[in-house]
Ligand binder design. Sequence first.
Ligand code: BLA
Length: 505
Amino acid sequence: GNFAEPLTLDNCDREPIHIPGAIQPHGALLAFDRAGCLVAMSANANTMLGLALVLGEVPAAGALGADPEIPEAIRQALVLLDRGETMPETREVSIGGQAFDLVVHSYADRVLCEFERHAGSAHRLSRFAQMAYVSMDKLRRQPNIERLLEVAVNEVRAMTGFDRVMAYRFRHDDSGDIVAESRREDLEAFIGRRYPASDIPAQARRLYVLNTVRLIADVGYTPVSLLAAPGHATPLDLSHSVLRSVSPVHVEYLGNMGVFASMSVSIVVAGRLWGMVACHHMAPWHVPHAVRMACDVVAQLIAASVQSFDARERESTVARAAALRADVAAQVAQGHEAVDVLAREAAAIGDSLAADAIFVSQEGRLRAHGSVDEAWAAQLLDRLQVQDQPFVHIHRADALPPAAEPAYSGVLALRFDAARQGWLVALRREQIETIRWGGKPEKVYQHGPFGPRLTPRGSFDEWRETVRGTSVPWSDTLLEIARQLQDSVSRVNADRVLELDRLRS
Ligand code: BLA
């Protein structure tokens, strides 16, 4: 590869996975410069394609084989290269009686031609196209994200034949949950599991936003080196390649799980990797390019739906909070004490802030909804008084008073009455308490040279370490809801206090 340092689990986020210097062996690669000169090729290309191409030369007429589609595809790509980069385009070509998918794209000043051996017949593909159409229609009719993902994993499994298809959904910190799964009956269930962000390092995530589908057809493969023409030492950028050789760290992870083929398709929402459809096969498995593209369309449909479901959900959360706020303010305006109203509405307020517990306090008198240790809460209020900031949000236990059980790691505190030390405090538990390693004792996995970290159990332990003593942070939407509640309660409360003072004088 092109990595200067020895690869370890600590530097794997710096491995330059876009320039591995090799491809997977189920295809061959040719790369041309602007002048049409062959500047790089995979070591297997001439053998697999039955050609006699020479690096550093512009292929002569006929040198690319008998099928005129091949030089034509390259010619077209070279024309387009002058105008910028192009997305992969596929056509079926024939070489020595064997059918190949030829995938051509241009990137970083190169035209890349990738040939994948093609097994499927035209008949199978047309049946497949029909099936894909029915899938999309079914997907479009789902009422929420959860159901949509359940249908999607079933449809992708039916289209591809993988043993296991999972929908993987990333969280605020890029850790991920398996939220839907379709699997061969005899396989252990992975649904409900959570994995740390580091299982898919940052550079891989960036790459997966650009290039949304990858296939590892045989985890046990031997990489095929890329050979470069003299004077072309710069490694070939495979960011958009379909044959790119994958990181050895990830290959080992899959091997430890007994997985022999893997495909994943990115779900990209607003430029961020929102999730993935991740597929496993317990034997080598090759999925034709056309089928992979159909899976990509499924992922795009999911992404578009997520965006509209999310927007709708945010709207209804905000609308519910606004109604609650108006109700609280009206009760205070009618002459009830703010602290009493907030205590009475604590359950609804806790709901609207996605809190695990809530308490209100004024002049040292505390009322709680949910389990709250009074001594701890008093200590917390002391701190808040000393800090003298009217709006505080925290998601780390080490920024809170030490506690006996049950320990909260998240606090969202708002002061609604400065003179009388009136506070509303929402609490969140530690993330670890909110999830458990699912069900039965873990199946015993093998591990390789990188060690037991690269197993599902190792991943979960890693996730636990990274989130120890933290709650899920308060989202921007919830912070906004809390600020608005604080604004209106403190305003009507102040009006009421003024009014009382006026009446008294
Ligand atoms: C890539 N890691 C990936 C991918 C997935 C996962 C889905 C995308 C590649 C693919 O399609 O297979 C993670 N896959 C999982 C997980 C499950 C799964 C968690 O099926 C659970 C069921 N990986 C590690 C660690 C490192 C690491 C500790 O676990 C580094 C220290 C690296 N993962 C890593 C790298 C890639 C990767 C480098 C990119 C592979 C590539 O595209 O070249």
